[in-house]
Design a protein around this ligand. Structure first.
Ligand SMILES: [Zn+2]
Length: 346
């Protein structure tokens, strides 16, 4: 597969474009963007793309080819977050080019051992207990949360790499003459980080874009963190927005519009839930709310990928975290009756 390259004010990028909306989407053909920031002979690589054994959709060979072409010293490989489409070729790049591998402490455990995803305790990384998740979805103890299927994770996600150094919000990375600032961007993933390059006013924002909206709900995340992160990104007044998926935005007004749109999508999801809960039909379960919050995803039905009986689909997870945020804000309450958890307005 050919991956096209874009030129950025800092170096180059390979945009993160998904394969298609077919049943294999969750099973590897999801491609996270890769960006190189270069100054003089030194460079920092953001993310390492997807890796799909036995397929031609892996980004690894293309990344290696470009790095060899450039002949730069790869000083850092920053893993923006633990998702497989961003970590897939990290170990190979480490081995061939020897960069210091950087990641946030909150995502480090999964980057070094992706099978942690299959443990119920992984939910704690997103600020919710496994027991609460099971209750909210009306699942029995031990029932699968779908995308946490160990077989799926082992096949598509299990490409660990050792993290050499943890980075945190505000850390400065020196690359050539540049002073690049690490920005913590939780929400989509607890330990998601991006880069702010003040020299070109470029914000590398990873997957803040790829998160709940009616067209693109995304799995386990934290809606409250996501909203705060989008507001944080707006405050930079960036000239360029480089996203983990899609094409970003290339001037200040467009960056502002893009971020405001994403922020609006978050609030729209919350508003829609409040409207649905307020129309007089009484308390509702997540599954009852689902068809009217994300009708498109209901049609596609991610059960195809995660296996029969799996209900931890993207859209359901999105609804759960937004309901959790509304519970914390005192707008919504859980109503438990006859062993079934429903949600209602306060
Ligand atoms: Zn992601």
């Amino acid at each position: 597969m050919r991956f096209y390259e874009i030129t950025t004010p800092d170096g180059w990028g390979i945009p993160g474009i998904h394969g298609n909306w077919a049943e294999d989407e969750l099973d590897g053909n999801v491609q996270g963007a890769v960006f190189l920031i270069r100054s003089g002979d030194e460079a920092l690589l953001i993310d390492s793309g997807n890796r799909v054994p036995g397929s031609d959709v892996s980004m690894g060979p293309t990344i290696v080819e470009k790095l060899e072409r450039d002949g730069v010293t790869l000083k850092y490989l920053l893993i923006s977050h633990f998702h497989y489409d961003h970590t897939g070729n990290a170990a190979e790049i480490k081995q061939r080019f020897g960069p210091e591998v950087l990641a946030h402490a909150l995502d480090r455990p999964v980057i070094e051992d992706p099978l942690i995803l299959a443990s119920p305790e992984n939910a704690l990384r997103f600020g919710v207990t496994p027991e609460q998740l099971l209750a909210d979805f009306n699942l029995a103890p031990g029932e699968s949360l779908g995308l946490s299927d160990p077989a799926v994770i082992d096949r598509y996600w299990n490409f660990p790499v050792a993290v050499d150094r943890e980075v945190a919000d505000g850390d400065v990375l020196h690359v050539g003459e540049l002073e690049l600032q690490v920005v913590h961007l939780p929400g989509h993933a607890p330990g998601q980080v991006g880069i702010w390059n003040p020299a070109t006013r470029s914000l590398y924002c990873a997957d803040i874009v790829h998160y709940p909206s009616p067209l693109s709900p995304y799995p386990i995340g934290n809606a409250a963190d996501q909203i705060a992160t989008l507001e944080k990104c707006l405050a930079f007044g960036a000239e360029y927005l480089w996203e983990g998926h899609y094409l970003g935005a290339y001037d200040a007004p467009a960056v502002k519009r893009r971020l405001e749109h994403l922020l609006r999508a978050q609030h729209d999801t919350a508003d829609r839930l409040l409207t649905l809960l307020g129309r007089g039909e009484g308390p509702q379960t997540i599954l009852e709310l689902l068809p009217e919050v994300f009708p498109i995803k209901t049609d596609l039905n991610y059960e195809v990928s995660s296996g029969p009986g799996h209900r931890w689909a993207y859209a359901e997870a999105c609804i759960q975290t937004h309901l959790q945020r509304l519970v914390e804000l005192g707008r919504v309450q859980r109503v438990s009756a006859a062993g079934v958890v429903r949600f209602a307005l306060v």
